[in-house]
Design a protein around this ligand. Structure first.
Ligand code: SAJ
Length: 448
């Protein structure tokens, strides 16, 4: 047919229409990125509330970075809907950016990937030439295992009626330097021509390099191990943060010394590892390894270290209260920060919650101040501090998230309002020397 390649792919050079299924932390910035890159965009979300908010020109996600770039109502080429069929009928390329969480027993949860595929493939007609791309983080094999049965169910043939591919999102909340218009991408597909077509599409989105890396599983594996590697590296410093104080060595001194080596990679110990990527993605790799009977021992061990950091910090805090003659069950502890990482308004999988739960079970009175979060995100047993300058009567302050707002509070002022001037730096971001000079009794993760 004219204007099409032998695979039925449109070889039109004019702007393509791109559908993005799932308008969350990743999908919405991706949709905006493609709009800014000159594409006709169809954004789909199952939530009517999300669609309404976006159609009002507002931001339904917790990422303030995109507050100012949500297209205004009536913007040309910007179509936001709850109807997948509309996007399928109007777009040549469909990107799926849905959550890939884990279940409570830490197993991959692919229900959103499967339901998005169901909603797409049931609307695709034969010889459509459409390409459906999964962007969510999964383990090698998920795209084919989840979608090929659905393609067959709807009487379609992959490579003839529809093409599937994988291009992992590499979105980093709160990090403009690695935004969707800048970050490098990799693409895997069952067919080289499809991969190369996607390279040309994504190359219009990002100034970063875009590589066709071969089969889908290569791209799936690349993304998941990017985060596995990060989790393992963080677990190393967290494990060392438990060991060195017992040797009367401050881990910060050690990391600063080791960092003078040309290829030492710097990571910092902390209260724990939160977010929707790093503490989740390794379980996808663990699952896939188990499926082929090869235990992912190092990956699992790293997860165990990071997952138990909040309990390690809890045990240290209990010791601090005990040695300073503060009965835990009558102590007032102030947590500074609740978000899973600094400068973001996102508390998913935050280690703060695991720490607070352990403190609560010891009948510690817990208060939290996090200027990035709304008051309704906290568990009922937590007292929310709205004005840090009014906080008083605490026995211990714990720096949980390294927000600059938490680092830069008036430590002299807070000192005067403490019942006991104890401080624990859970992220090694505070000026311990300055705090000591004010009169605080300072403790810190990884510090003897
Ligand atoms: N953390 C540490 N020590 C470190 C680094 C991080 O304890 O040295 C903790 C953070 O406090 C946080 C968690 O780990 O609780 C995750 O932090 P992160 O910096 O990895 O941030 P994320 O979860 O937003 O990860 C994203 C990921 N991006 C994508 O998956 C596309 C990750 O691949 C990026 O490497 C990361 O951003 C980044 O570079 O900031």
């Amino acid at each position: 047919m004219s204007g099409e390649t032998k695979l039925g792919l449109s070889n039109k050079n004019e702007i393509a229409s791109v559908g993005i299924i799932g308008l969350g932390y990743v999908g919405l910035p991706t949709a905006i990125g493609f709009l800014d890159a000159g594409f006709n965009v169809w954004g789909v979300d199952v939530s009517e509330r999300v669609v309404e908010i976006i159609n009002r020109g507002e931001n339904p996600t917790g990422d303030p970075e995109i507050n100012d770039i949500i297209p205004k109502p009536g913007t040309k080429n910007w179509n936001i809907t709850t109807d997948t069929r509309e996007a399928v009928e109007n777009c040549e390329i469909l990107l799926v950016t849905v959550p890939t969480p884990v279940t409570p027993d830490l197993k991959p949860d692919l229900k959103y990937v499967i339901s998005a595929g169901e909603n797409i493939f049931k609307c695709i007609s034969s010889n459509s030439g459409k390409i459906v791309v999964l962007e969510s983080t999964v383990y090698p094999g998920v795209t084919a295992q989840s979608w090929l049965p659905l393609i067959e169910k709807y009487g379609l043939k992959e490579g003839v009626d529809v093409h599937i591919a994988y291009c992992p999102e590499r979105f980093n909340p709160g990090d403009e330097a690695n935004g969707v218009r800048k970050v490098a991408r990799v693409i895997g597909s069952l067919n080289k021509e499809v991969g190369e077509k996607l390279v040309s599409i994504y190359s219009k989105l990002t100034v970063g390099r875009v590589d066709y890396v071969g089969k889908i599983e290569v791209a799936e594996a690349a993304k998941v191990i990017e985060n596995v590697q990060r989790d393992i590296n963080i677990a190393l410093v967290n494990e060392l943060a438990r060991i060195f104080p017992a040797l009367n060595i401050d881990i910060e001194d050690v990391l600063n010394a080791a960092a003078t080596k040309w290829n030492f990679h710097g990571y910092t110990p902390g209260v724990g590892v939160g977010g929707h990527c790093i503490p989740v993605d390794p379980y996808y790799m663990i699952q896939r390894a188990e499926q082929v009977g090869i235990p992912a021992e190092l990956i699992s061990a790293a997860r165990a270290v990071n997952r138990t950091m909040p309990l390690h910090v809890f045990s240290v805090l209990k010791e601090i209260l005990y040695t300073n003659e503060v009965p835990a069950n009558n102590s007032n502890v102030l947590l500074l920060g609740w978000s899973y990482k600094a400068e973001v308004r996102d508390h998913r999988e935050t280690p703060a919650e695991h720490l607070a739960l352990a403190l609560n079970e010891s009948n510690v009175n817990i208060s939290v101040w996090d200027p990035h979060l709304e008051n309704d995100v906290y568990p009922e047993y937590v007292n929310v501090i709205d004005d840090i300058n009014a906080a008083e009567g605490f026995d211990l302050v714990v720096l949980v998230t390294g927000h600059s707002a938490c680092i830069d509070i008036d430590w002299g002022n807070l000192f005067t309002r403490m019942r006991k001037p104890l401080i624990y730096d859970g992220r090694r971001v505070l000026d311990i020397k300055k705090l000591d000079e004010i009169g605080w009794k300072t403790y810190a993760i990884g510090k003897p």
